[in-house]
Ligand binder design. Structure first.
Ligand code: ZN
Length: 401
């Protein structure tokens, strides 16, 4: 029955997303992903093609109906909506930002992707061995381990285990900067499974600061690169099957900062509160996410407290910082903020607990702002690192007094 035994398409690996795989022909496969999260999580797919010989392989991906269109108002084409609002129309954007990686290689943009209705067709040139294909550059458990190994090697004193996840995995914080009494910025990522831009940014920021010990300047940085380590370790199967600790996995972790119902949240809170007791002055806390369903969440954007709720003094303070950040990086569209009114978020808890400014940072999965061109461009593998360098420089240059 196996007409083409030398090529298989798999998802059962670290970071793979479950899908039904059907062989259509010698080098052609159809994938029906069933790994999508409902709500404002744009669909993510990552699979491996294993081949005994190099050559072309075509993947037909049947996009899960409804997930990418559920928020579109009726009567407007995606094209029109994109034109009016910069909405992340996947059909328009996705072909330009798919990535692939050959064995031991780096993620790179892949051409040859087209979208027709709910079907994505990717034509890959695979090499002998494993070629991975993804709709967004994933961040893996192996990436986190490599980062932590680097910290251990260069600055072992900077690394600390701050607690354990529900599955017993360690949660790490990295603290960088020299002065004990320096203003402290807390950064964290990956409260939400598959929101990969955040850990990529945190990873790049830590690596940059390790390589350039003067980069934080007079600041202290406290970085938790991955908050929900279980979601990273178990990946989409955890989200789908509730493989671990069923009762809490359907809860949005970013609504639990007031009740500490997640040990991962409690670990981060305890770290911040302990450092506060030791005299740390937290001036800001940034929480990295991937958003997609608001026009504002294209490129990076920041949540702020509602001006009425914040009051004039705090409102001026939060807008001053956000405008500085927006003006200081190449990859953010000025003016993109929105008020996050729900309770239980990290940003609100952080502000209440420390007095520092708390912001959720939403990155588009697939679009980054290009300041020079004054236009969006498709996400490229270099974007998170470029943003991290910009952000670090911007935080360093800010007047925190
Ligand atoms: Zn999120």
């Amino acid at each position: 029955m196996d007409a083409d035994p030398e090529i298989v398409v798999e998802y059962g690996f670290d970071g793979g997303t479950p899908a039904r795989v059907e062989r259509l022909g010698p080098r052609r496969f159809r994938l029906e992903p069933h790994a999508c999260r409902p709500g404002p999580q744009w669909f993510h797919l990552c699979v491996q093609v294993r081949a005994d010989a190099a050559g072309p392989v075509t993947l037909e991906i049947d996009w899960p109906p409804g997930l990418c269109r559920e928020d579109l108002p009726p009567g407007l084409s995606e094209e029109e909506i994109h034109r009016r609002t910069d909405y992340d129309s996947f059909a328009r954007v996705l072909p330009a930002c798919c990535v692939c990686r050959h064995e031991n290689g780096a993620w790179e943009p892949v051409g040859g992707v087209s979208v027709d209705g709910d079907r994505v067709t990717a034509s890959l040139e695979v090499r002998k061995g494993v070629t991975e294909f993804a709709t967004q550059m994933p961040y893996r458990w192996a990436d986190l381990e490599a980062l932590l190994a680097q910290v251990r090697q260069v600055r072992p004193d900077a690394l600390r285990v701050i607690g354990a996840s529900q599955a017993g995995l360690p949660i790490h914080a990295v603290t960088l900067g020299r002065r004990a009494d320096a203003p402290t910025v807390h950064l964290q990522a990956y409260q939400h499974a598959t929101e990969f831009t955040g850990p990529h940014v945190a990873d790049a920021l830590i690596r940059h600061a390790l390589a350039h010990p003067d980069a934080p300047g007079e600041l202290k940085l406290q970085v938790v690169p991955v908050v929900d380590v279980d979601a990273l370790f178990y990946g989409m199967p955890l989200v789908l099957q509730d493989a671990v600790t069923t009762s809490v996995r359907r809860v949005n972790i970013n609504r639990c900062w007031d009740d500490r119902s997640w040990p991962e949240v409690a670990a981060v809170e305890d770290l911040i509160l302990e450092r506060r007791r030791e005299g740390a002055r937290f001036v800001a806390g940034l929480d990295f996410h991937n958003g997609w369903w608001k026009a504002q969440a294209s490129g990076a954007c920041y949540t702020v407290l509602d001006p009425e709720e914040a009051g004039p003094e705090l409102d001026a303070r939060q807008r001053r910082l956000v405008e500085h950040l927006l003006a200081s990086t190449d990859h953010e569209r000025p003016g993109t903020t929105w008020c996050h009114k729900v309770e239980g978020t990290f940003s609100r808890w952080f502000h209440r607990a420390t007095g520092g400014l708390g912001h959720t940072v939403e990155f588009s999965r697939h679009l980054w702002w290009n300041r020079a061109r004054q236009a969006y461009e498709p996400a490229r593998p270099h974007h998170p690192a470029a943003y991290a360098r910009d952000l670090l420089a911007a935080l360093r240059a800010y007047d925190w007094s």
